[in-house]
Write a protein that binds this ligand. Sequence first.
Ligand code: ZN
Length: 407
Amino acid sequence: MPVRKVTYRLYPSRTQSVALSAALRLHQQLYNAALEQRIDAYRRRGVSLTYADQCHDLTALRQECPEFATLNCSSQQVTLRRLDKAFKAFFERVKTKGAAAGFPRFKSLARFPGFGFKSHGDGWRFTPGVEWRHGKLRLQGVGTIKARGQARQGGLIKASELLHRDGAWHLSLTLECPDITRSSGTEAVAFDWGTETFATLAVGEEDAPTMETVENPRWYRHEQQRITDLQQAVSRKRQGSNRRRKAARRLAKARARTARRRLDWQHKLSSDLVKRFALIAMEQLSVAAMTRSAAGTVDAPGKRVAQKAGLNREILDTAPSQFLSLVRYKVQETGTARLIEAPTRRLKPSQTCPCCGTVRKKALSERVHRCDVCGTTLPRDFASAWVVLRYAHGVLKANGSERPDAE
Ligand SMILES: [Zn+2]
């Protein structure tokens, strides 16, 4: 059964935060104590302690130090297992790197990532909301914590980790997912990446597709503006000053949040697409090529540098490559849907007339496709998507490899 990890953001109350931090500190102390015990045993007796040895000693530790007994026992075993893994990885590195392999280190509280739990119900229980949107985490000794997020697909809850990052708590669940995304659609769709919109779609038959647009989410512009403002705030502050550090932290937080929201949004959009369509076609993407130095070189200075730089920024912002990889793996999961990646350079979707195939260069500013040969007039992005759709149908008819004439 495929195993998947999903992350929810946790919203503990003030008292719950205190309890979580206390648990984190005890796990960190346990980790460091167990590391010291291993080093000690080796120095004094030449003995390498195992995970099983340390689990055995944990029982004694819980009896001697009552504060350690307040934690869930199997959760403490997860921490011991983490140390064990660090040692195993170290011994692996020794084989290849010799003396240069870094020895497992004591961890400060700031660098201690969190703690985990094993069997569901043993000290913790997660109750997902409707369709795995949001939920509640009940934690031994802490209470019921609100969780926000959404699993793309539910499953059997196997294990969890509570991760502490940048002052926020996250719950990472390990799920066993029995089923996979099913595609019930029969239609075809082709994509053109937008600049003002996220994408323009050509849906349906190759001779008469319909146009749909996918707008950027509503929060998108707002978040971009906020990031720009915060960037300016950072650069206004004196280098090395406390204020600058604080501003930089706010900026990093805002960026992380935008990235998280974008990923959530792209997950949902790609799932919807894969459910709806049997055939999805896109241009082969090379963001590197799309964003390569608009400024050009000294010998060949770029034209329309500012406009291209703007376009590049938008392309990076909407992150088509991330989206494409989401679509790619979801399509694979269905086992029935197909993804066709059209060779951009050979096909030239943005310069080709979808009706008669005439190729004519368009400037970036031309938002309408007007064909001098057959008289077709269409929105530029839709015309491009249609060209890709035709290509996809052609590949389907050729009924063989994905790209019969790839570059
Ligand atoms: Zn034409």
